[in-house]
Design a protein around this ligand. Structure first.
Ligand code: SF4
Ligand code: SF4
Length: 131
């Protein structure tokens, strides 16, 4: 009997750093802001002044002048152990889990998502991660 064909994992992060190149949208919660300030060993007021900015949706992480998240160094995250929830959850975000078209868009943006995987594959993979 032939060996089963091994299927690529639906998601395997390539650490390319592309997902940190977006413009805005990273809104750390008050607890996350406190943790980031503690991790960076700076007062909360300095974190807010130097790394965050007011937006209509609340305090968001700034981008570098040349683009990309202010906490990105090369392809790495300077605050990795305390990065905001949305960064830890990507690409398993509610919109991508709920909407096939959002998953299709995410596949074009994230090199870690297997291009041939279906939305059903993605959901099954996510369920094995969270359950
Ligand atoms: S874009 Fe995808 S593969 Fe690249 S670092 Fe982000 S999660 Fe990993
Ligand atoms: S906080 Fe870290 S993981 Fe989140 S966007 Fe910035 S560099 Fe990327």
């Amino acid at each position: 009997m032939p060996a089963p064909v091994s299927k690529s994992p639906v998601f395997h992060c390539r650490q390319c750093g592309e997902c940190c190149q977006g413009k805005g949208g990273i809104l750390p919660s008050p607890v996350e802001r406190g943790l980031i300030a503690l991790y960076l060993k700076i007062p909360l007021s300095v974190l807010i002044r130097d790394y965050l900015e007011e937006t209509p949706l609340g305090l968001a992480v700034k981008n570098k002048p040349e683009g990309g998240c202010i906490f990105q160094v090369g392809t790495r995250c300077r605050i990795h152990p305390v990065k905001p929830r949305i960064c830890r959850d990507w690409p398993f975000l509610p919109a991508i889990l709920l909407h096939e078209e959002e998953f299709a868009a995410a596949k074009t943006a994230c090199a870690g998502l297997e291009p041939n995987s279906s939305h059903t594959d993605f959901l099954t993979f996510w369920q094995t991660k969270v359950i």
